[in-house]
Unconditional design. Sequence first.
Length: 539
Amino acid sequence: MNVFIGGAWPYANGSLHIGHIASLLPGDVLARYYRLKGEEVLYVSGSDCNGTPIAIRAMQDGVDVSEIANRYHQEFTECFTKLGFSYDCYTRTDTAHHASVVQDLFLKLNHNGLLYTKENDQVYCNSCDQFLPDRYVEGNCPTCGEHARGDQCDYCSTILDPVELYHKTCKICGSSPVIKKTEHYYLALSKLQHRIEELKKDREGVWRENALQLTERYLKEGLKDRPATRDLPIGVSVPIKGFEQKKIYVWIEAVSGYYSASQQWAIEKGREVEGFWKESARSYYVHGKDNIPFHSIIWPAIQMGAGLEAYPKYIVSNEYVTLEKKKISTSKNWAIWIPDLLERYHPDSIRYFLTINAPENRDTDFSWREFIYSHNSELLGAYGNFVNRTLKFIQNQLSGEVPQSAIDTSIQKRVEVLYQQVGEAIEAARVKQALEETFECIRYANKYFDEQQPWRAEEEQRDATIATCVFLILNFAQLLHPFLPNSSEEVRKMLHHSQFSWKVITNLPLIIENVHPLFERIDIRAIAEEGERLRSQIK
């Protein structure tokens, strides 16, 4: 089976924070799991280097756009690598290859009658002497009245045209812009209303509930044709005579990156990519809820117009992560930045906490108290403790030799069932549930060790207990590999296991070597220290 996984493309205009990683982590869990099963996996993403936010950041810093894009693309790549993200292709949207693929898709949409031109009103700033990209316009949302950007309201999720905003201001200079006429291409979404409705109906119970509800709302309102080009300073040029100075709108261009990244991977690896874009493929799109309409409506529409069959099978749209009960605000610096977090904490600690508290169905909160207690009580106290106490016992009491006794049959059956439960949960993108079920069994394993008391038992019973515990450790490491790849790899090496898969491991190692703790205890004084650091950085 071909499995395609697309992770949302972060804007290369600032560092990643915990909200970004919480929304993207399910993609890596899925990719690692399906690889263990032996499926053909293509997991792609990249840095969005063409969006207006990058241009705004470059303007604020007084540097060229490419300098900002290069800086944050490099930082993103390093952070994802340290966190263990296993992208098959992590690229960027300002490459010649990406532009070529996007232009080809644009021409196919035009050839198939889904693009047309018309003159429209657009926001123009006389002071800056330019048409303003949507995110350069701010004002009040016409639907809910809250402060909003020109492209979308974060409060009520309404997709906007900046012309619609009340009390408009130019984000560049702060003046009040005017409305001018300009000609642009439009994507005829209204023509695809019925097909999108059928897709949404077919995905009932598969897409996340927030994706289904928001898509239903847009469909009930009736899909509206949207501008497909814009007067922008950076981006992919329109490949049609007379429109070369205009750019393909970023909401078409960015989602098309999933296809351009797939093509790039195929070129670099000498592989065929078509199988990942057939209806028979299983596709997952992983992102935050603010990106839902672009994955449930816009990207399927582009696929329909360009002949790409593999419409999103699973939309894994996470809710938001708050920070100490308050909304994350990058402008106020109320955020935990990933480069800083990685300097002080184990990447598996970050992955564990953001998964076990995943905002799958509702917003969740990151607090330093919960993060540190979670590490100490679960990762260290449950999992790390079980691994360490078992392997240290073998090292100190059995000269490092693993007993080759029979494994407790009831425990082996429990683990067999666990593989099935965890696998089903991951495939349905319920990664939080999958991790919870695994740790429930880890707590049971600790209880088993305590009850069996191998340090007091007769040799035969002692060996049977220890063999069963080693069996559990090997399988826990394999089950946890999609979630905690770093520590799983450490266990694999200590137990001389050759390679993980998604089958119950029953062959025990003969010896163990280089036994060491998987995790270190975090001093609880760090709670106050981190809280103070967070408060001191507020702008």
